[in-house]
Design a protein around this ligand. Structure first.
Ligand code: SER
Length: 882
């Protein structure tokens, strides 16, 4: 039975029992800050368990059935390693809000399983909460389940949420009864004699019936109080994929029809077939890409906190597993359409949002892949430096996180594969220390504003706002009105003191509208203070953050305020930003809107809405338009207007202006021939004529987020320096390549072609080296001990990848234990047979290393390391075999 048929069968079965079928709720819980993601079918329905009236479509419904999208990341390290763990999954459920209770829930579950799905009753086992005699009796007497197949368990297994009485969470909860399917002894371990016993996969939990009748309240951890709810409810959850695996007769859900096509696509992209349990990487990728697509389709975006970080972690883990399969280019976005195809019929949002999801995934992949390799190398080096039993220091794990974007669980996973632990506590301490540092810095800024707020209020009441002179001049005489340090108002400030200086008038521009705050000097007879930057309070008081360098600055002192002449460069960049904005609209279209900007002396940065990357041609046209505008030397003027009037005149308003305000409109005339003109509401400082800008060069264009692009550019001397730098590099290149400028591309093509040919040659040589070392095409003499064939070979000249290939080849030719060594490195590979006989590559390698010097580790079939004495290793290996 196909998964879609099971889903539909369930929903219509419960419809026939009087339930309303609702579509799945979003993965992003609405109005439930306690949950990161929707993690069970009942989560979005919580209020109705607590007594809210369940009105849907204008009618009251006390029976509801859903197939709910769920995401759980608590067990992420087990995903891929078992056939049971899953991040994104679908839960089928039937719910009663104060309507039917245990009897119907039990009878209908049985009817659906045995009559609709036709599961053999003998294979179904059930469990109930330890003192729930009522449920026990219903199963035994009404349904007829033999007593041997009914178990009683405590709150960890048979209360939901598991262990909630003792550990929380608070909220609706109750005893539960679980239904298990017995897959037969072949799937189990000898100690697995029924549900919740042993360590095998014989008894699979397929359905949980929760008798939701308590509101758990109180401290966490508890013990909590169980307050009876105003009504008795039913919450059930059936695992769609587990049931599908049983009905499709496959080993686990990975082989079912909703997963397998993804695994096949991974196999196709990587050239590595899916081999079931051992293909952990295929599985992790398939699981994680489903979760990422589902979450993005519901509106989550990648970020560094909360939900966005969870999916970023999932994507990064998947990418790293792709890397293990040799996928070094972005590939996950190519799986997104497969996911949408598999799930889109039932979850249309996945199909509708596919294009945007693909784009987000691709950008995110590109970003991480840039640093992945560097991070892996760094981690590899760190792990190689560890001795067996040591752990990776938390500070190093934090640096990997900070520099290469390695989430902690990724580092932990990679370290574990090599047999090492990670000091996660140390990581957390380092992370907290960093957060503390940035919090402290922010708190400091806030404090300054908060504590001095009162002084500023008084000052404003007495003297009004600061008069700004900076549109016309860079220098002015002014009087010191106040000196602030923290919450204190000082009378004077001596050498070395940092203060916020308030003047009656100032030529210093205060940060705003993307333009940075001015810096410069305050001078007075016998003294000097350096202004680092300037801010402005809401009332319009300018705060000059300054450090007294010489003399003593006193309130009442008359000073000369001198803005650093670099401000002229800032002005060039600011006016150029307006020209760029107009040119972008002229070339790309009127949908272009400013989405942020930075104007500094050395560069400008402009973010704007546009759906795709700009072509080289578009960038050239934009640059040319701006430069022509500069060369034509048009005047830049400004005036104050009421906002409404400015709008009527067509000035481009940005964000934040309030209706009724008087605004400043900056206008740059343009040649009617080009059809260009710029009018913007802007408080910034500008050149007087466009010619002052000198020149304008675009340094780069890139994406900021979906639908937002960024251009960085330079003007004036900055543009000249930028061009000079590029020309000098070009000249140096022609000299090194020993050709004229015109021939440089041709020469480069030739060199690259030569390089590719050489690389191919080297690959071929390596392969031949492996073949030769292993005895050509002919038979290979393997030695034998205890029924295991083994070989230990020294293969000089092979790198690690070639060694791994050689070990694979050896196993392919019948070796059960293959050890290959070269230049200080060693790889150990075991056949399936050897593993079945109880050998494990990691421990065998460590035992070997202990006796032959060196170190290393691994897991399952493969281990590697270095420093072994080859002769000794060959001698010792057979002794370690059983
Ligand atoms: N809420 C229960 C679970 O998640 C049943 O739906 O198992």
């Amino acid at each position: 039975m196909r998964t879609a048929e099971i889903r539909e069968g369930y929903l219509s079965f419960f419809e026939s029992k009087g339930h309303l079928r609702l579509p799945s709720f979003s993965l992003i819980p609405e109005n439930d800050p306690s949950l990161l993601f929707t993690s069970a079918g009942m989560a979005p329905l919580k209020p109705y368990f607590l007594g809210a009236r369940p009105i849907f479509g204008g009618k009251e419904w006390r029976r509801v059935t859903t197939c709910q999208k769920c995401l759980r990341v608590g067990d992420i390290e087990n995903v891929g390693r078992t056939g049971r763990h899953n991040t994104f999954f679908e839960m089928l459920g039937n719910f009663s809000f104060g309507d039917y209770f245990k009897r119907e829930a039990i009878l209908w579950a049985w009817e659906f399983l045995t009559e609709h799905l036709k599961l053999e009753p003998d294979r179904l086992w059930v469990t109930v909460y330890e003192d729930d005699d009522e449920a026990y009796a219903l199963w035994r007497d009404l349904v007829g389940v033999p007593e041997e197949q009914i178990g009683r368990f405590g709150e960890e297994e048979n209360y939901w949420p598991g262990g909630a009485i003792t550990h929380g969470p608070n909220g609706p909860s109750g005893p539960c009864s679980e239904i298990f399917y017995d897959r037969g002894p072949a799937f189990g371990t000898p100690d697995e004699t029924g549900p919740n016993t042993g360590s095998g996969d014989r008894f699979v939990e397929i359905w949980n019936l929760v008798f939701t009748q308590y509101d758990r309240q109180g401290p966490i951890p508890g013990p909590g109080i169980l307050k009876p709810l105003p009504q008795k409810n039913i919450d059930t959850g059936m695992g769609l994929y587990r049931v599908a695996a049983i009905l499709q007769g496959v080993e686990d859900f990975y082989r079912t029809d909703t997963f397998y096509p993804i695994l096949e696509r991974v196999a196709l992209l990587s050239g590595r077939p899916y081999l079931g349990q051992e293909s952990v990487s295929h599985r992790v990728i398939a699981d994680h890409v489903r979760a990422v697509v589902a979450a993005l389709s519901d509106g989550v975006t990648f970020s560094n906190t909360g939900r966005g970080y969870v999916i970023r972690r999932l994507l990064r883990r998947a990418l790293r597993h792709g890397y293990l399969l040799g996928l070094a280019e972005p590939f996950l976005h190519r799986l997104a359409p497969v996911v949408a195809e598999l799930l889109g019929d039932f979850y249309p949002e996945m199909r509708e949002n596919l294009a945007a999801v693909e784009r987000q995934v691709r950008l995110e992949e590109e970003r991480f892949l840039e640093t992945l390799e560097g991070g892996l190398k760094r981690l590899d080096a760190l792990l190689s430096g560890l001795r067996p039993g040591e752990v990776l220091p938390g500070g190093e794990a934090f640096r990997l996180y900070d520099t290469y974007g390695f989430p902690l669980d990724l580092t932990v996973e990679i370290a574990a594969e090599r047999g090492f632990g990670v000091d996660t506590e140390g990581f957390k301490r380092a992370l907290e220390a960093q957060q503390e540092r940035s919090r402290a810095a922010m708190a400091f800024e806030r404090e300054i504003f908060k504590r001095s707020a009162q002084v500023l209020e008084e000052l404003y009441a007495e003297k009004g706002a600061t008069e700004f002179l900076g549109y016309g001049t860079l220098e002015a005489e002014a009087q010191v009105l106040a000196l602030l340090a923290g919450d204190e108002s000082l009378g004077e400030a001596g050498p070395g003191t940092e203060v916020q200086v308030v003047l009656d008038r100032t030529p210093f521009y205060a940060e705003g509208g993307g333009q940075i705050g001015d810096f410069g000097l305050l001078e007075w007879p016998g003294g000097r203070a350096r202004v680092e930057t300037t801010h402005r309070t809401e009332q319009g008081i300018f705060l000059h953050r300054a450090r007294v360098e010489e003399g003593v600055l006193r309130v009442g002192e008359r000073v000369r305020a001198v803005v650093d002449p670099k401000r002229r460069d800032t002005e060039r960049n600011h006016t150029a930003t307006h020209l760029l904005h107009a040119a972008l609209r002229a070339v790309l279209g009127p949908h272009v809107r400013q989405a942020g900007s930075l104007v500094a002396p050395d560069r400008l940065r402009f973010d704007f809405t546009h759906p795709e990357a700009l072509t080289g041609e578009e960038l050239e046209r934009i640059e040319l338009l701006v430069n022509r505008w500069i060369l034509a030397d048009f005047p830049v003027t400004w005036r104050y207007l009421p906002l409404e009037e400015a709008r009527k005149e067509g000035a481009m308003a940005l964000f934040g202006e309030k209706y009724g305000e008087v605004v400043r409109v900056v206008r740059v005339e343009g040649s009617p021939l080009e059809g260009l003109e710029s009018k913007e509401l802007c408080g910034g400082t500008h050149v007087r004529r466009t010619g002052e800008i000198g020149a304008f060069l675009i340094r780069g264009e890139e994406a900021v987020s979906a639908g937002v692009r960024r251009i960085e550019a330079v003007t004036g001397e900055g543009a000249i320096r930028f061009a000079r730098g590029a020309l000098s590099r070009l000249k140096a290149l022609t000299e090194r390549l020993e050709v004229g400028e015109a021939a440089i591309e041709e020469r480069l093509e030739k060199l690259l072609a030569e390089l590719r040919a050489k690389e191919k040659e080297v690959e071929g040589l390596k392969a031949r080296l492996v073949q030769a070392a292993l005895g050509g095409g002919g038979g290979l003499a393997l030695e034998e001990k205890g029924g295991l064939r083994w070989a230990a070979l020294k293969l000089p000249g092979l790198d690690l990848a070639a060694l791994r290939q050689a070990a694979d080849d050896l196993v392919g030719r019948g070796a059960d234990v293959a050890l290959v060594l070269s230049g200080g490195q060693a790889v150990l590979k075991l056949s399936k047979r050897a593993q079945e006989k109880g050998l494990e590559a990691g421990s065998l390698f460590r035992a070997l290393a202990e006796r032959a010097g060196g170190r290393g580790g691994g897991k399952g079939a493969l281990a590697q390391g270095g420093g072994l004495d080859p002769e000794r290793a060959r001698l010792v290996l057979p002794e370690l075999l059983p």
